[in-house]
Every structure is written in C-alpha cells, then in structure tokens.
Ligand binder design. Structure first.
Ligand SMILES: C[S@@+](CC[C@H](N)C(=O)[O-])C[C@H]1O[C@@H](n2cnc3c(N)ncnc32)[C@H](O)[C@@H]1O
Length: 214
C-alpha cells in the first residue's frame, strides 16, 4: 500500500532537522517546568498502576523518553524519522528506540501502561486522529494512561523551514483541547486533567492527561 503523503513529508522533514532539533529542544525541555511536572505526574500514575512499559510516540531525539526513564518508567521511543532515531540512540544508548508510526503501533493489545505523544499528534491530519485514539486505546492496558502535549488552536499551518533555517515541508495542526477530549471519549478513554498554558512565544500549548478505564 502506498504511504500517505503526510507520513513521508513528516519523516523527510524531521530527518533533515534531527541534529539541530535536538540541540535546540533539549535545553528548552530543561527549562519547561510545567511540562516536566505533567510528565512526572504521568510517570507516577503509570508506576502506581503496575509499571507496564510506556511508549513515547513521536519521541524525536529521545529526551522525554529519557526523562520518563529517570522517573522510574519503563519507557521506550517510537519515531517515524530514522534520523531522529539515530540521534536518540546515540544520546541514550541504554534505551530502546524503534522506527515506526503511531498510526500502526507494533505493541500488542493491552501491553502498555502508558503512551506519551509529546507534540507529535500535531503532524497528523485531523481526519486521522480518531483512528489514532483507537490505536492508543488498543495498546493501553486497562487502567493505563495517555499524555498528550500539543499546540492549541484550530488551524492548519504549513511549515517550510525550521530549527536553524533547514528546509521542511509539512503540516502543523493547532488543536482545540475540547476536540481532543471528545476524540478520547469517543475511543472509550476518560479525560482526567486538562492543562492550558499561556503562549510562550507564538501559540498557547495544551496538555491532556487521559486514562483507559480499568
Ligand atoms: C515536534 S517533534 C516532537 C519530538 C519530541 N516528542 C519532543 O517533544 O521534542 C514531532 C515528532 O513527531 C514525529 N512524528 C510525527 N508523526 C509521527 C508518526 N505518525 N509516528 C511516529 N512519529 C511521528 C516526528 O518525526 C517528530 O520527531
């Protein structure tokens, strides 16, 4: 089957920027107190639910995977861009990073205690999101947790360059938290918390903490 264009565009774009993306984003993540707090709460919930593995989907250079691991989560990364996976593996050789897509995860049904999608569902077309929530529901164990970080809004933007002026060519979707909550509910998940963050530079950011009922 031919791959959808959004996947090939996203892969090629992040392959191009992988090294400079990592250099720019890692220090920003160090300063992201609220984001780290949400990831900390997520890791504590996953541990309390039995400590099953956690997939960091769209993990990029792997700093969030490594942070979750430092908090005692059995975390591994799944990432579309082989360039990003190479950067992640070099930075964190002790951790597992798989090349793959969150639209068709390799994990067995009910295998995971948690899924994190940290600024990665923003590159999925809106009409693909319901199937991706179904996929998150499929791989989560009952009582498992899902954490989403995303840019808030209701529009599609075309990104043609980034992370030090490299050429990119992909869509970025700003997403309404209420719409994501509806999709989660529609997939049989429950929203436990919503964080709305004021804009740091350009757009507000949101974070949803979601659970699969036990
Ligand atoms: C903005 S970056 C975020 C990376 C990392 N989570 C972070 O917080 O820095 C988006 C990442 O999601 C990945 N991605 C986008 N769509 C994906 C998909 N369908 N499956 C797996 N990874 C995907 C991209 O390749 C890219 O590395």
């Amino acid at each position: 089957m031919t791959e959808p264009i959004y996947l090939s565009e996203t892969r090629a774009s992040y392959d191009t920027v992988a090294v400079d993306y990592a250099a720019l984003v890692r220090p920003a993540f160090e300063r992201d107190v609220l984001g780290r707090a949400m990831l900390g709460a997520f890791a504590a919930l996953v541990r309390a639910a039995g400590g099953r593995p956690v997939a960091d989907v769209g993990c990029g250079p792997g700093h969030v995977t490594a942070y979750l691991h430092s908090l005692g989560a059995n975390a591994f990364g799944v990432e579309l861009s082989p360039g990003m996976v190479g950067v992640a593996r070099r930075a964190h050789p002790e951790l597992r990073f798989d090349i793959g897509t969150m639209t068709a995860l390799e994990s067995a049904d009910g295998a995971l205690g948690g899924v994190v999608a940290w600024y990665s569902v923003i590159h999925l077309p809106r009409d693909v999101l319901p199937a991706v929530f179904d996929e998150f529901h499929r791989v989560l164990a009952p009582g498992g947790h899902l954490l989403l970080g995303f840019h808030v809004g209701d529009e599609r933007r075309r990104k043609e360059e980034g992370y030090g002026g490299h050429p990119m060519s992909l869509d970025v979707h700003l997403l309404p938290p209420g719409h994501l909550a509806e999709l989660a509910t529609g997939a049989g998940l429950v929203v436990d918390a919503t964080l709305m963050r004021e804009p740091d530079a350009r757009v507000p950011q949101g974070c949803l903490l979601i659970r699969k009922p036990a």
